[in-house]
Design a protein around this ligand. Structure first.
Ligand code: ADP
Ligand code: MG
Length: 699
């Protein structure tokens, strides 16, 4: 394809290939959009460097993995899933012929569980390393162990043929990556960047981050730009799907009111195309982003942070930056991760602005003030230092890395966070009080789910109600089941429809509603239509369907926990389902308070919380006693979402686990193990890591 040869990376093809040939590890950096992700794997494949195994490229975002694989297979003239494939959670599009495999970093992490040496790969490329996602950060340390001495710590058996490792990153902080791999070479792809002028939409007097919402200005700034400025697409950075969809609606309405004869100053622009861009956007709609606009049409792309580095939208000349991003962070009160809207960092603001200057000089409009910018952190805090570590730590333990404190992290998480994760794993009986993996832990790790939901599934198998529980867990794993339209009339209609669905589920629990939706949709002749009529996202339902199949495969391989007695089987199905839910979600148990309206959580914090108005149990509080919930939401009030009544008898034996073990005792166990305190796990320890930990103790 002609466009490929125009990318900045094309000039460096030979030099890149020889660098990879000559080095065990290499850091490759270049401006976003220069062609790293789409081109480098093809170069290496064509140069025969991938003959000993696949070339695996990790992406922190699922959508990037899929869309890039599409693009590369197209460029190579192959069908997707053949030579070029992808794998993301719940979606594997690869075959035995696959040579170039794009995948999420989480998927590679899972592969490491089964294949400790990654024997099917010749080259691993950790892409988008600057994003510092939790899984990529952890993969740094894990893949290093696979490299030959002296780079790796020799703790893993050597592979037949040494693995090559490439770290790819936008032009940020790359020295750190090279230092981590014993100062490996850095290959910089020189980029063309054009100047971008920065404009602040607020002065210090007019901007108050507590009161001024960036949303109030987006529409105006976008429309002003469109009416007054020369050709070029506009890229708007907002924070999430709902916000983006409703902004697109608004912009669409404003666009309809434009009089092109009189209003618009730039006569080369004859129309507008408004396109949303976010991670869960259907693939066909994503592909529209990569089609250049027709002559005379200006595109407005309203995106999450995904367009900052993960995907490159060509043709952008104007960037409008809200200054905010939705970010995963650990809520110590609930022990769970929450997605919260937070200010971006300075380097992220620069990255966003840079999107305007890829092909010509551009403009960036920041919907904040200069002082707000000055107050931002220099860099984004790596996810490993702000997200829940329990899944990762269970992975470590199952890989035989028994001391998780002394693991070689690029940036170590606080020990407090590790202790918290150990405590959670202990709650779920995935590790014992010495920090060793239990048989249940080895089963839990098989599922691409949070430990609590894995427990729900395992229990359902022993209570012989997995056919009902599998769809529930699948529905909990997809985003957005319910459509909640913004227009008043439709919003009312959707509420009516959802009420009926709740009744169809028996009106007793929100989990039962999810099951009813799944079943009714399956039984309807036309699923798509059924979903539309009932204000349910059809795509989510289809995804849930495929998830059920995959979880079932894993569940079938698991041995049943405990025994299923006659008595248990005699219990009504609904009881058994609720009991299974309780077994996984017991740390989310809450009890009705004496006021008979609010609840108190049982996680040790005794938080006062209310049933969410969208719940089928909203308004029925008085009739309840014990409940478990799937989600806790902090807004003005604290709400419990997706709720189910349970019996005290089911939680009473589980709840004490929440108070039995002190997190610090667990992390003490980790440290003792590194000092050689525990014989039986000694052989799993790497000799070098032991030495390092001793050194640390001395300091
Ligand atoms: P980098 O990884 O260096 O940021 P990429 O390899 O992702 O760069 O992008 C190189 C070019 O390929 C960009 O111009 C981008 O727009 C284009 N591109 C990337 N993905 C797709 C896709 N799915 N469809 C069409 N074009 C794409
Ligand atoms: Mg890239």
């Amino acid at each position: 394809m002609a466009s490929q040869s125009k990318l900045p990376i094309a000039t460096y093809r030979e030099a890149l290939v020889s660098s990879v040939r000559e080095n065990q590890t290499l850091v490759v950096t270049g401006e976003t959009g220069c062609g790293k992700t789409t081109q480098l794997p093809q170069f290496l494949h064509e140069a025969g460097l991938g003959e000993g195994g696949m070339i695996g490229i990790t992406q922190p975002r699922r959508m990037a993995a899929i869309s890039v694989a599409h693009r590369v297979s197209e460029e190579m003239g192959k069908s997707l899933g053949g030579t070029v494939g992808y794998q993301v959670r719940f979606d594997d599009c690869t075959s035995p012929d696959t040579k170039i495999k794009y995948m999420t970093d989480g998927c590679l992490l899972r592969e490491l569980l089964d294949d400790h040496t990654l024997s099917s790969y010749s080259i691993i490329i950790l892409d988008e390393a600057h994003e510092r996602s939790l899984a990529t950060d952890v993969l740094f340390g894990l893949t290093k162990r696979l490299l030959p001495h002296p780079l790796g710590d020799g703790s893993l058996k050597q592979r037949d043929r040494p693995l090559k490792l490439i770290v790819m990153s936008a032009t940020l902080d790359v020295k750190r990556f090279s230092e981590f791999f014993d100062n490996c070479p850095i290959f910089t792809i020189p980029g063309r960047v054009y100047p971008v002028s920065i404009h602040y939409s607020f002065t210090d007097e007019t901007f108050d981050p507590m009161k001024t919402s960036y949303l109030s200005r987006v529409e105006q700034v976008v429309m002003d730009t469109h009416m007054e400025k020369g050709p070029g697409d506009i890229l708007v950075f907002l924070t999430g799907q709902q916000e983006i969809e409703s902004m697109c609606d608004k912009l669409f309405k404003s666009a309809e009111r434009i009089d092109y004869e009189h209003d618009v100053l730039c006569k080369d622009v004859l129309g507008l195309a408004i396109l949303p861009l976010y991670g869960s956007l259907p693939t066909e709609q994503q592909q529209r982003i990569f089609k250049q606009s027709e002559r005379g049409i200006r595109r407005i792309i309203v995106s999450t942070n995904i367009a900052a580095t993960s995907v490159t939208v060509d043709g952008v000349v104007y960037v409008i930056d809200s200054g905010y991003v939705k970010q995963l962070s650990f809520n110590p009160r609930t022990g769970l991760d929450v997605l919260a809207v937070v200010p971006i960092s300075k380097s992220e603001a620069e990255q966003r602005a840079g999107r305007a200057g890829r092909t010509a000089p551009g403009e960036c409009h920041r919907l904040y003030s200069q002082s707000f910018y000055n107050s931002l952190n220099q860099n984004t805090i790596p996810e490993i230092q702000r997200a829940s570590l329990s899944s990762v730590i269970l992975d470590f333990k199952c890989m035989g890395i028994s001391n998780v404190i002394e693991f070689e992290y690029l940036d170590p998480p606080e020990e407090r966070m590790i202790a918290e994760a150990l405590k959670q794993l202990y709650y779920f009986d995935a590790i014992n009080d010495k920090g060793q993996v239990t048989p249940l832990g080895r089963q839990i790790v098989q599922f691409p789910l949070q430990p609590n939901l894995s427990r729900v599934l395992l229990k359902s198998k022993s209570l012989e109600c997995e056919e009902a529980v599998l769809p529930i867990v699948a529905m909990l794993s997809v985003e957005n089941v319910f459509i909640r339209p913004s227009s008043k009339k439709q919003a009312l209609e959707s509420m009516e429809a959802h009420k009926e669905l709740q009744e169809a589920g028996g009106g007793t629990s929100d989990f039962a509603t999810l099951l009813a939706i799944y079943k009714l949709a399956m039984e309807s002749g036309n699923q798509k239509r059924w979903c539309r009529d009932n204000y349910v996202h059809w795509r989510s339902l289809k995804t849930a369907q495929s998830i059920v199949g995959q979880l079932k495969n894993i569940l079938n391989k698991q041995e049943v926990l405990g025994d299923s007695t006659e008595e248990i089987r005699a219990a009504p199905l609904g009881e058994r389902v609720r009991q299974s839910l309780c077994f996984g979600l017991f740390s989310n148990a809450a009890r009705l308070a004496p006021n008979r309206r609010s609840f108190r959580t049982m996680d040790g914090h005794s938080t006062v919380a209310f049933i969410h108005p969208s719940s089928v149990l909203f308004g029925c509080e008085d009739s309840l006693d014990w409940i478990v919930y799937h989600e806790i939401v902090d807004t003005a009030k604290t709400y419990l979402r997706t709720v189910c009544p349970v019996r005290y008898g089911w939680v009473k034996d589980l709840l004490p686990r929440l108070h039995e073990v002190d997190a610090y005792r667990l992390s003490d166990c980790e440290r003792k193990r590194s000092l050689g305190g525990e014989e039986e796990e000694k052989e799993e320890e790497g000799p070098v890591s032991k030495k390092q930990s001793l050194e640390k103790e001395e300091k």
